[in-house]
Design a protein around this ligand. Structure first.
Ligand code: ADP
Ligand code: MG
Length: 399
């Protein structure tokens, strides 16, 4: 097992041109492109919908949408990748730009992300032919969904010439599309980092004020290794909803608008008085301590203290496993295997949980040992990516 090499944006573009001609042989050369990266969250998990902090970085893996206006009122879109187990999903969709009746959710499922963005866009969209290609693994916890929304939005900006100046607004529209058209009540993190990512930096995002601060990741000795567990437990959606309710219950009990404003002192007092059950107590403890950890981690990174950053990653995982209970045996195993390799500073699950990926901070010289160790012991066909922080959304008006 070795490190997976993913297509760069340029390689995707080259493949995308062939793919476009294959599906739209009568069309002229595509002249517009939108690009949205995937993301990995380094620390700050399940804090975004609690008004807390997150610390993600944009990935070199991207989704591109490539095409041209077709002078009709119809959009024709083909994707090069749909979920393999989704056998009823066609990779092609066609729909009319709404004039009277708004666009609605339908099949194929993946097209809802595209339709959602068009429906929520700031102006009327014109008909177009386009293809979608991606180097972000689908459903693997690296936010292929946000990268698709952001690529679509950026493509529509190119097609209409109507660019959104306020980038936060762009992220919020993409989030709204995911809420309304994919039925996923996600926080703002994924779309925010996909729009706003800064090359060479992670972003400390305050999900309450939506202000952010780029934190440089300049150290060359250490790298981030992503390991895809290749597992996706079905309970993740229901459990995500349940965690959101449990956090609301905790903030109601603590009499604060969100857990961002709660403290461990408050929580312990209510616990001591017997006014909170053990499960809700543990959920709140995760969120309160994770918000603190995320701030400390950004601080450590800014000071170049990678050792401390790694320790905080470990604490974060342990809290997600024991208090928030969103890990699973496979993620725990990956983390344990990585942690025992000398040169690993920290390892944790990343994303919502119940499968998806882990992220490991490791000395560059020890990467191969981690990969070998995991490959020998973990039998579910893991995939490995060494990633560096990349830039956010891009709009190309000529190709
Ligand atoms: P994640 O965002 O972690 O990758 P999600 O379940 O949120 O996982 O999103 C995955 C879904 O997004 C896919 O099942 C598919 O419907 C859609 N999707 C993402 N990227 C693409 C793509 N390039 N082409 C078609 N659909 C995509
Ligand atoms: Mg997603």
């Amino acid at each position: 097992m070795s490190i997976t090499k993913t297509d760069t944006m340029e390689e995707l573009l080259e493949k995308g041109l062939d793919f476009f001609y294959k599906h739209f042989p009568e069309s002229k050369k595509p002249d517009k492109m939108g690009v949205g990266p995937g993301r990995v969250n380094l620390i700050g998990e399940h804090t975004d919908y609690n008004d807390g902090y997150v610390l993600p970085m944009a990935l070199p893996m991207v989704t591109i949408m490539l095409g041209r206006a077709n002078n009709t009122d119809t959009c024709r879109v083909v994707t090069a990748c749909v979920d393999f187990d989704d056998t009823i999903d066609s990779n092609r969709t066609e729909f009319k730009i709404p004039t009277v009746k708004p666009l609605s959710v339908g099949t194929p499922k993946w097209a809802n992300y595209v339709k959602g963005v068009i429906a929520c866009f700031q102006s009327i969209v014109v008909g177009f032919d386009a293809v979608i290609l991606s180097s972000v693994p689908l459903g693997g916890g690296l936010s292929s969904s946000a990268s698709l929304e952001v690529a679509t939005y950026s493509f529509i900006e190119a097609i209409t010439g109507n660019k959104t100046i306020q980038l936060v607004k762009k992220a919020m529209v993409c989030q709204k599309a995911e809420h309304m058209f994919a039925g996923v009540p996600c926080g703002i993190m994924d779309q925010f980092i996909s729009v706003m990512g800064v090359h060479g930096h992670a972003l400390l995002i305050d999900c309450k004020t939506l202000q952010y601060q780029p934190v440089p990741l300049t150290e060359n000795t250490y790298v981030f290794l992503i390991t895809n567990s290749n597992i996706h437990h079905e309970l993740s959606n229901g459990q995500y909803q349940l965690r959101r309710y449990q956090c609301e219950e905790a903030s109601d009990l603590l009499n604060v608008p969100s857990l961002r404003l709660a403290t461990m002192d408050n929580l312990n007092r209510v616990h001591f008085e017997g006014k909170i059950n053990q499960i809700i107590y543990k959920r709140a403890r995760h969120v309160i301590t994770e918000i603190e950890r995320t701030k400390s981690a950004a601080d450590a990174l800014a000071r170049g203290n990678y050792k401390m950053f790694g320790e905080l990653m470990n604490d974060s995982h342990n809290s997600l496993r024991d208090d928030f209970e969103v890990s699973c045996p496979e993620l725990d195993q990956l983390v344990e295997l990585a942690r025992k390799v000398p040169g690993v500073l920290g390892s944790r699950m990343t994303g919502g949980g119940f499968g998806g990926c882990t992220v490991t901070l490791v000395n560059r010289t020890a990467v191969n040992t981690v990969v070998e160790t995991i490959s020998t012991e973990y039998t579910q066909n893991p995939k490995f990516y060494v990633v560096s922080p990349s830039c956010g959304a891009r709009i190309f008006t000529t190709l």
